[in-house]
Design a protein around this ligand. Structure first.
Ligand SMILES: [Fe+2]
Ligand SMILES: [Fe+2]
Length: 276
């Protein structure tokens, strides 16, 4: 097994991860217009977790001189200007990531988008402030899975083999093979990229909820959103299991089963419009 410190320094040296080719194509078309709409560009970037993380990295890197942490794409683009999008597109890596059977992992983008939508809806039902920010946390929550698939190919294939053999959750197989999970690996990268803590905690702990941690309410939202999109069968997460919701997360959100049923139905309807 690789030493955790080696894993971490490899993750922190990651400068780019694959972006969905369709998103790059649509953004290219939008940006070719005489005066592209910031809202439309932000919406398109908000489909792809890697472009989203890269925009937030730019705006939070300190070089731009903005004071508070910025956690939504629209505000980031308003502050940075749309020219940064051209640079992002030029440097986007659109090489597809494949599983052990040579199938594209686009199901993971669809799962991430569904979890983003569900997170924002749950935050609204739970009357939490800034539901759009929860949407960003939901979008980014499984970015560690992309890092594993793209940067740790040998270990990724071992994880897949172990999941097939044991029928376990991907996090359980990751822990066996790597000694850490995609949550922690996503956290390492997003910390290095200086994203705000309120986005990083839900990414790090969405499979390991503890009520005493910072931003536990936000982590509870993403934890439940991940479960609802799995239960609804939207996209693909690697394993096809639906974990149980942590009782403390459920208590913290103080929702009813009617709320969950509403989010689940609404999510299915929303996602019908998306081909990702
Ligand atoms: Fe996950
Ligand atoms: Fe997930």
């Amino acid at each position: 097994m690789l030493a955790t410190s080696d894993l971490r320094s490899r993750v922190e040296r990651t400068t780019n991860i694959a972006t969905l080719p369709d998103v790059v194509h649509h953004l290219g078309t939008l940006m070719a217009r005489p005066s592209p709409s910031t809202a439309a560009v932000a919406e398109q970037i908000g489909i792809d977790q890697v472009l989203t993380a890269r925009v937030l990295r730019l705006v939070n890197s300190g070089f731009c001189g903005f004071s508070g942490p910025i956690s939504t794409i629209h505000l980031a683009l308003v502050l940075l200007g749309l020219d940064v999008v051209r640079t992002l597109l030029l440097t986007a890596s659109v090489i597809d990531i494949f599983d052990e059977h040579g199938r594209s992992l686009t199901g993971l983008w669809r799962h991430s988008l569904a979890t983003a939508r569900a997170s924002a809806m749950i935050a609204e039902r739970a009357r939490m402030p800034h539901p759009e920010e929860l949407g960003v946390a939901g979008l980014l929550h499984d970015i560690g899975k992309l890092i594993i698939a793209e940067c740790f190919r040998k270990e990724f294939l071992q994880v897949r083999a172990l999941m097939a053999e044991r029928g376990c959750l991907q996090v359980e197989a990751e822990y066996q093979v790597l000694g850490v999970t995609h949550g922690e690996m996503g956290m390492w990268l997003l910390r290095k990229w200086q994203l705000p803590a309120q986005l990083i905690y839900p990414v790090a702990y969405h499979h390991d909820f503890e009520p005493h941690r910072d931003f536990a309410d936000r982590t509870a939202v993403v934890h439940l959103a991940d479960i609802i999109s799995r239960a609804r069968g939207i996209g693909a997460v690697g394993d096809d299991r639906v974990p149980a919701i942590h009782p403390d997360a459920w208590a913290m959100l103080a929702l009813t089963m009617d709320d969950v049923a509403f989010v689940s139905r609404q999510l299915a309807a929303d996602m019908e419009d998306h081909t990702v």
